[in-house]
Design a protein around this ligand. Structure first.
Ligand code: CA
Length: 367
């Protein structure tokens, strides 16, 4: 064996040992195929083009993956309506028309009612409780089990933080003021609002400002100070209520077509998973940052009153939330299963949260 041949032999032996002794052809095929193959994927989102933080987050995620993979996973991001309408993202990813989607699970409540627990439910957990449940306490596994029949899998990819209760054209002093009130409030929050005597209305984001300004609706919830001001809601109604009892921390999802995912090499899968986790954290941090800035701006405005919902109203919303969730659970065993898992974690977490965060926050207000 000459020097050159020995070097080849040695390199090959080391390589085989590192790979756990697979046959020659397997090793060379797999290694070369993985590194040369470029995956050109499409992601559709539920957000309007250039929508701050949300759409930007999806695009930054794609950039991060492209950079980390040295271009091997090249994801082109389309805003809602550019390739498929916003509310067809679930079907497009499920059917494999595209590989990925970014939105929030509660948009699919009509098809998968229990998906709402992976988004946000009224009086449910905030971002930190949701993260604890999803990443550590079986929440994400349960979510993926629920998505499996649709050939989908998901990772959390963003959180709005606690939302605001919404904009009202009159003061809310008691439950009597909710009666007959026309409010844009979707999902479970809307169902609770209806039970409370209100009239929940569904409408696209683009119509909300005009509807409130012209009095077609009396109230609307949207997100928080930053996004609400972008929509001009501070110019359409006077009373801005907190807290956002109906959406205490809405989780966003990166949904992926399961068949396409299984074709992705392990290293690219890991990059997607890590980039999704990083994007999740960054979106949440941006929400907290921009909302506090926007709130400072709002407080300077003479025409806006920022008020807390009266205790009576919150207590009633809370009671009606339990009623609503119990009714949904009675209709569906899958809903009940996810509800039970969520509640089991939430109640345990609540005792730690009370003793840690809540107690600390209370200590800050001591005088
Ligand atoms: Ca909202």
């Amino acid at each position: 064996m000459n020097k050159y041949k020995f070097f080849i032999y040695l390199s090959f032996t080391v390589f085989l040992t590192a790979c756990g002794g697979a046959s020659d052809s397997e090793v060379s095929n797999e290694a070369s195929a993985d590194l040369s193959k470029i995956f050109k994927w499409k992601m559709v989102t539920t957000w309007p083009a250039n929508f701050p933080i949300f759409q930007e987050g999806a695009e930054r995620f794609a950039d991060d993956v492209r950079t980390m993979s040295n271009g091997r996973l090249d994801i082109h991001v389309y805003a809602g309506g550019e390739l498929v309408p916003a509310l067809q993202v679930f079907d497009a990813v499920s059917n494999g028309v595209v590989e990925m989607g970014h939105g929030s699970p509660y948009y699919w409540a009509g098809k998968v009612p229990e998906a709402q627990f992976f988004s946000s439910v009224p009086f449910g957990m905030t971002a930190k409780g949701m993260n604890a449940w999803l990443y550590n306490a079986g929440g994400l596994e349960l979510w993926n089990e629920i998505y499996k029949p649709f050939n989908l899998m998901a990772f959390p990819m963003g959180n709005t933080g606690v939302q605001m209760g919404g904009w009202f054209n009159k003061e809310i002093k008691s439950m009597g003021d909710i009666k007959g009130l026309r409010m844009r409030i979707p999902g479970l929050g809307g169902k609770v609002f209806k039970k409370a005597g209100g009239n929940p209305v569904l409408m696209a984001a683009s119509e909300v400002y005009t509807a409130l300004e012209r009095g077609t609706i009396d109230a609307t919830e949207w997100v928080g100070p930053f996004h609400d001001m972008r929509l001009g809601l501070d110019r359409a109604a006077k009373f801005y209520y907190y807290p956002g009892w109906h959406e205490p921390g809405t989780v966003f999802e990166l949904m992926i077509n399961d068949s396409k995912w299984s074709l992705l090499p392990k290293d690219l899968q890991k990059m997607v998973e890590m980039a999704a986790a990083a994007t999740s954290e960054r979106i949440y941090a941006q929400m907290e940052y921009h909302n506090q800035q926007a709130l400072t701006e709002l407080r300077k405005k003479q025409n806006v009153q920022i008020l807390e919902f009266p205790k009576e109203v919150l207590l009633n919303f809370k009671r009606l939330t339990k009623e609503t969730l119990d009714e949904e659970a009675a209709d569906s065993s899958t809903f009940k299963r996810v509800y039970d898992a969520y509640e089991n974690f939430r109640s345990n977490y609540a005792s730690w949260d009370k003793l840690s965060e809540e107690s600390y926050q209370t200590s800050l207000r001591l005088k």
